[in-house]
Design a protein around this ligand. Structure first.
Ligand code: NAD
Ligand code: MG
Length: 303
């Protein structure tokens, strides 16, 4: 998607109120995990706008959820900043993954996709080992994949859903970090993906909000353990971002047309607006930042 103001880049000064589409949005639903390419309007993941300056030159990155949404925007940004990138995605998302890989490769980056389900410990171990093998090492671990299934009441949340949400959002992060840490050199950076839901919980996202609070605590605790090893651990906490997570069950269908209208900027963010924060946290520019959670919320405050 081209921003309505024209084919500029992330440094072009503009009005954040009108930079991207505002509600109301068309009603739409997809089955989970869904595809970016079936969303209307399509999310902006920086394909036409992100300009890199070698801020991650030579870095070797593993990004989960890299096919679509925020993960796709991060993958494209890292590629354009000079990193080599492995993205993970679910097999059902091959189309989105191929699109993302094509964009990264067109930018001159080395990149491959590894499909598989991170809610399984064995796969997480294999993913880290295969990524490090393919990249010749690992410098950046970016946990973006997540599961969000809205339910009106705690009475509607099955043990299976609760378990799957925790396995995808919390256990997978634990397994991937645990497997990656012995491989990470000094200067490496781990970036997790929390949410405004860690701080301002929606009642229809009980299990999801709980996982996001756990991600904040995990990020802070792990950052303290590994600081003496010269490894930094931070998180990004997005507010409402226009991604397929939302119309594929992440929100009740009737909330999609007004998605993001409750923020001070009055619209949802786009994945392209999250990616620069991941780049900052990955690069040496943030050498004195660890155990931190960066909000990208359209103005709703994080603590
Ligand atoms: P998205 O649907 O584009 O990305 C989520 C990705 O998670 C999927 O592409 C998929 O590849 C991956 N995934 C889910 N289950 C998986 C599994 N079992 N195995 C492997 N991969 C799996 O949506 P997004 O909004 O870009 O989500 C990215 C992250 O951002 C998530 O952690 C989400 O919780 C977080 N987040 C999103 C919003 C928002 O409003 N969109 C707000 C705050 C936080
Ligand atoms: Mg996807």
């Amino acid at each position: 998607m081209q921003p309505p103001d024209g084919p500029d880049n992330q440094y072009t000064m503009r009005d954040p109120l009108t930079q991207y589409p505002r509600p109301p949005f068309p009603e739409q639903t997809q089955g989970a995990p869904g595809l970016d390419q079936n969303m209307r309007p399509e999310p902006d993941c920086g394909e036409a706008t992100y300009v890199g300056f070698g801020r991650l030159k030579g870095r070797r990155a593993l990004i989960t959820g890299g096919d679509s949404g925020i993960g796709r925007a991060v993958a494209i940004a890292f590629a354009r900043e000079g990193a080599s990138v492995v993205i993970n995605h679910l097999p059902a998302e091959q189309q989105d993954a191929d699109d993302t890989l094509n964009v990264m490769r067109a930018s001159g980056a080395w990149s491959i996709g590894i499909a598989g389900d991170i809610s399984q410990e064995g796969f997480c171990d294999d993913l880290v080992a295969s990524a490090a093998d393919a990249l010749g090492g690992l410098d950046l671990v970016v946990n973006v994949a997540g599961k969000q299934v809205a339910k009106e009441s705690i009475a509607d949340i099955s043990t299976e859903q609760f378990d799957a949400t925790f396995r995808t959002n919390v256990y997978a992060m634990f397994w991937i970090c645990k497997a990656a840490l012995p491989l990470l050199p000094k200067g490496a950076s781990i970036i997790n993906t929390a949410s405004i839901q860690a701080y301002q919980q929606s009642p229809h996202l009980l299990d999801y909000a709980s996982t996001k609070a756990a991600i904040v605590a995990f990020t802070r605790a792990l950052s303290r353990e590994v600081a003496p090893k010269g490894i930094r651990v931070n998180a990004v906490a997005p507010g409402p971002i226009w991604t397929v997570l939302q119309p594929s069950g992440g929100q009740p269908a009737e909330r999609i047309p007004t998605f993001g209208d409750h923020t001070p900027l009055g619209r949802p963010g786009q994945p392209a607006e999250c990616a620069p924060v991941y780049v900052l946290l990955a690069s040496q520019e943030s050498s004195y930042v660890t155990g931190e959670v960066y909000g990208v919320t359209g103005g709703n405050p994080t603590p």
